[in-house]
Design a protein around this ligand. Structure first.
Ligand code: ZN
Ligand code: ZN
Length: 145
């Protein structure tokens, strides 16, 4: 009896119906190792792993990974899009108004959508995306001193 093996990143890409390229593997690994990174930060992470990859190629790969559900894109107002590997759990985010740092906030009730709309307009709602805004600990300390 063998224990179930965790699939490699390449197998996950294949399993999601994506063509496996070194850049895509590096990108998915960079997204997962990072914390809500933006495209620029992801591009430099990918280049550290596999050498030169154009920004355009990074955008295309991100689009494919996001469409395949392997990566989640969040786009807080006034901030560049950010990407994360924590997908499918309907968690929310808190964004610092001052420095833009992002942190995860677990779903309020643990299942999607975690908020009931006061009026659903007849829609069958399956997701609620909430962004909390405020000041991170470092910025509130800086402000009060
Ligand atoms: Zn801050
Ligand atoms: Zn997140």
């Amino acid at each position: 009896m063998t224990a179930p093996r965790t699939p490699t990143t390449a197998e996950e890409l294949r399993g999601a119906g994506l063509r496996v390229t070194a850049a895509r593997v590096a990108l998915l690994e960079t997204v997962r190792a990072g914390d809500h990174l933006d495209v620029e930060a992801l591009a430099s992470g990918v280049r550290d792993r596999v050498g030169h990859v154009s920004l355009q190629a990074v955008y295309e790969a991100l689009h494919a990974l996001t469409a395949a559900g392997l990566v989640r894109r969040i786009e807080p107002a006034g901030s560049p899009a950010r990407f994360e590997g924590r997908v499918g759990d309907n968690h929310h985010h808190v964004v610092c108004r001052s420095c833009g740092v992002v942190a995860d906030i677990d779903c309020a009730v643990g299942e999607a959508p975690c908020l009931s709309a006061s009026n659903d307009h007849g829609f069958s709602i399956d997701e609620a995306e909430v962004i909390y805004w405020g000041l991170c600990p470092a910025c509130s300390t800086a402000r009060s001193s």
